[in-house]
Design a protein around this ligand. Structure first.
Ligand code: BDP
Length: 335
């Protein structure tokens, strides 16, 4: 009888000890003996641009929350390459993270075209409700088979046409102008629909393209138009707000798979937590850039009636495959 009680007591003690060990292991594993990790993030914009500052906030949060164990080095100003080449390197795990426009990413994962159609969102708020809701999550998941992990979104502002030749106040004014677009088939289609000549080109080549006359114009938001000095060589700006092309932070699936589950979750959370800061900086920079361009005396044409622009781009919607048509419908239903 006594011996049986002793055996039971020992078993209970052993079970308790092994549970305590397991719990301790769970909590201690990521922090205690894991080695320091240094990862790289590629950014196309200069060091003081809102997306770059958002990337740095993300990196700081990761550093702080891992007590310095994981460092993410942010490389601004296309130091690691132009967006398309960087996305390829992220796919191979040669670069760990990048913040890019969804436009070149859609060349790798075409379902992302659904996020960059012209006049898709009713407002900035509508876009954010899409990105942070179920559709945004599904799109993150759709990146994985191609070797990417979606971790965050940043504010892109609305894009507008600009050129060095003339005032553009209706779509037909664009006829024959050579307009640079991002490296995206959809953007080529959009500009062709407007009757202009679409020239896909990396962002970093646009300034010299405008200066040498290889292209007549391009399209972008206020901060990009200003920070690249495109406004100095293409002085006619048309506020038509044709697209909002979300900015996204992606990680390499190869790089992420080398980290513990807990670290992967921490990184994803840090990217989401950097969003409000970037949005705040964006709002400020958008105003500052507009003020600088206006002060420079550029010709700004405000489009109040967007109907002819929307009509010219309708064909693009009709051309989309059913998977995208389905998403467009769901995006329209988001409040
Ligand atoms: C800017 C995006 C940047 C793109 C660029 C472009 O922030 O990621 O590379 O447009 O037009 O607005 O290529």
């Amino acid at each position: 009888m006594k011996a049986r009680k002793v055996v039971i007591a020992i078993m209970v003690l052993l079970a308790a000890a092994s549970m305590a060990y397991a719990n301790g292991q769970k909590e201690a594993a990521p922090a205690a003996d894991a080695k320091p990790v240094v990862l790289r993030l590629a950014e196309t914009h200069p060091a003081d641009y809102p997306t770059t500052l958002g990337d740095i906030r993300f990196a700081d949060l990761v550093k702080e929350r891992t007590k310095g164990r994981i460092t993410i080095e942010v490389y601004p100003a296309s130091q690691l390459g132009q967006e398309k080449a960087v996305i390829e390197q992220v796919q191979f795990g040669a670069i760990d993270f990048t913040r890019v426009s969804v436009s070149p990413l859609a060349a790798f994962v075409p379902v992302f075209n659904a996020l960059q159609l012209p006049y898709l969102y009713r407002s900035e708020e509508h876009m954010w409700n899409v990105l942070l809701g179920p559709i945004g999550k599904e799109l993150f998941a759709s990146l994985e088979p191609s070797g990417f992990v979606g971790i965050g979104w940043f504010e892109p502002g609305a894009r507008n046409f600009y050129n060095s030749k003339r005032v553009v106040s209706k779509p037909s004014d664009l006829a024959g102008l050579k307009i640079r677009v991002q490296e995206s088939e959809l953007m080529v289609g959009m500009v062709q629909g407007l009757g202009a000549v679409a020239t896909p080109m990396a962002y970093g080549e646009v300034y010299s393209g405008l200066q040498t006359g290889v292209i007549d114009g391009a399209e972008n938001n206020w901060p990009s138009y200003e920070s690249t000095s495109h406004y100095e060589v293409a002085k006619f700006f048309t506020l038509d707000g044709h697209t909002r092309v979300p900015e996204i932070i992606i990680a390499s699936k190869i790089s992420m798979s080398r980290l513990s589950e807990a670290d992967q979750a921490l990184i994803k959370q840090a990217a989401l937590d950097a969003i409000p800061y970037q949005r705040q900086l964006w709002a400020e920079r958008e105003k500052a850039s507009e003020a600088k361009v206006r002060a420079a005396g550029n010709t700004i044409t405000v489009i109040t009636d967007k109907a002819p622009w929307q009509a010219a781009m309708k064909g693009l919607y009709d051309k989309q495959p059913t998977s995208i048509q389905y998403l467009i419908k769901r995006i329209g239903e988001v409040k």
